[in-house]
Ligand binder design. Structure first.
Ligand SMILES: Nc1ncnc2c1ncn2[C@@H]1O[C@H](COP(=O)(O)O)[C@@H](OP(=O)(O)O)[C@H]1O
Ligand SMILES: CCc1ccc(OS(=O)(=O)O)cc1
Length: 351
């Protein structure tokens, strides 16, 4: 009982092949590695905080042909099994009750492991993971499954992960922003280094059935001028100066449904313009923040404390500018250049 909640939080990560994962995941590692993928599985893959929930909702809306009611059937965490997810064992030392700070017998609501959920799910299955390529259960490669990878620029990812670790009682306390900056660039966070994760998936994208998307592209195209107020000055993010104007309707620089259309085609679906437009609207940050099936409001405060930071926090591109000092930005850019040397991947850091 002498363990503090803080120490309990630090104990929650352990290494597999040099990469930090949740202890409960490591405890179930052989079961996860032996997971049997099927040829018609679609696996949603992301580094944490890259827009997983967003792409899950987009994929589900496509799968359900734009039927909002059907997407309300369950919380998003239950719709697409998280294959490496396992609830920590209830008597583990780190299951210390956060309100009383002493009790270790507190029970979590029953939950199936990700692999168990996937095993009882009818095909075609849509699953999700944060695993890097080298730790993915081999059956996904053997069965030539489809992978949908979403990448987000490292700076915004770091900021989002920092706030997530502040509010997620199942992950280590991030410490100060300065401390977390070091932790993140050294890859000492759950699911490891952002650089290795993104590079790993990018490098194999042409060898397998991988649709590789960027958070920033989905964000950019998810905003259409027709949804903007028609009066007053318009300062649309991402628009060149000459497009900023007052009281007029302007053409969109890109089809707002472009990225969603790519996902639809990848999934082998064919939905009309009206349905695509509905999907764009229903998966906006504002809608998803209010939606109890996506905003994590059903997760107990003892796990996700949204009074510290909401799960649907900002949903923007470029929030890093509100966190990085000039010195941190320069240091980050230099480290980024070294770590990403030789890759052709390009990220947009602001819209
Ligand atoms: N519909 C949406 N549009 C834009 N961003 C979204 C979104 N839904 C979730 N997000 C953002 O995606 C991040 C969470 O990613 P994940 O689902 O992988 O955990 C959060 O970023 P921020 O913390 O920057 O706001 C969250 O706000
Ligand atoms: C593995 C730590 C973790 C991650 C996400 C959680 O909540 S949710 O699945 O995003 O609702 C909880 C714990």
């Amino acid at each position: 009982m002498a363990l503090t909640t803080e120490l309990g939080r630090q104990l929650q990560l352990r290494e597999v092949e040099g990469l930090l994962l949740q202890a409960a995941t490591v405890d179930n590692w052989s079961e996860i590695q032996n997971f049997e993928a099927k040829p018609d599985d679609l696996l949603i893959c992301t580094y944490p905080k890259s827009g997983t929930t967003w792409i899950q909702e987009i994929v589900d809306m496509i799968e359900q042909n734009g039927d909002v009611e059907k997407c309300q059937r369950a919380i998003i965490q239950h719709r697409h099994p998280f294959i490496e997810w396992a609830r920590p064992s209830q008597t583990s030392a780190w299951n210390i009750c956060s309100p009383c700070n002493t009790c270790i017998t507190r029970t979590f609501p029953p939950d199936f492991k990700g692999v168990e959920k996937a095993n009882i799910m009818p095909s075609p299955r849509i699953l999700r993971t944060h695993l890097p390529t080298q730790l993915l259960p081999p059956s996904f490669w053997e069965n030539n499954c489809k992978f949908l990878y979403v990448a987000r620029n490292a700076k915004d990812c770091m900021v989002s992960y920092y706030h997530f670790q502040r509010m997620n009682q199942m992950l280590p306390d991030p410490g100060t922003w300065e401390e977390y900056f070091e932790t993140f660039i050294n890859g000492k966070v759950a699911w490891g280094s952002w650089y290795d994760h993104v590079k790993g998936w990018w490098e194999i994208k042409d060898r397998y059935q991988i649709l590789f998307l960027f958070y920033e592209d989905i964000k950019r195209v998810s905003k259409s001028p027709s949804e903007e107020p028609l009066s007053g000055l318009c300062f649309w993010e991402g628009y060149p100066e000459e497009f900023k104007c007052s009281n007029v309707m302007l053409p969109s620089p890109q089809d707002p449904k472009h990225e969603i259309q790519k996902v639809m085609q990848f999934m082998g679906k064919n939905l009309g313009e009206t349905v695509l437009h509905k999907i764009v609207q229903e998966t906006s940050f504002e809608k998803m923040k209010e939606n109890p099936m996506t905003n994590r409001s059903t997760v107990p405060k003892s796990i996700l404390d949204q009074s510290i930071s909401p799960f649907m926090r900002k949903g923007t591109v470029g929030d890093w500018k509100n966190h990085f000092t000039v010195a941190q930005n320069e240091r980050f850019d230099e480290i980024y250049r070294q770590k990403m040397e030789g890759t052709s991947i390009n990220f947009c850091m602001e819209l």
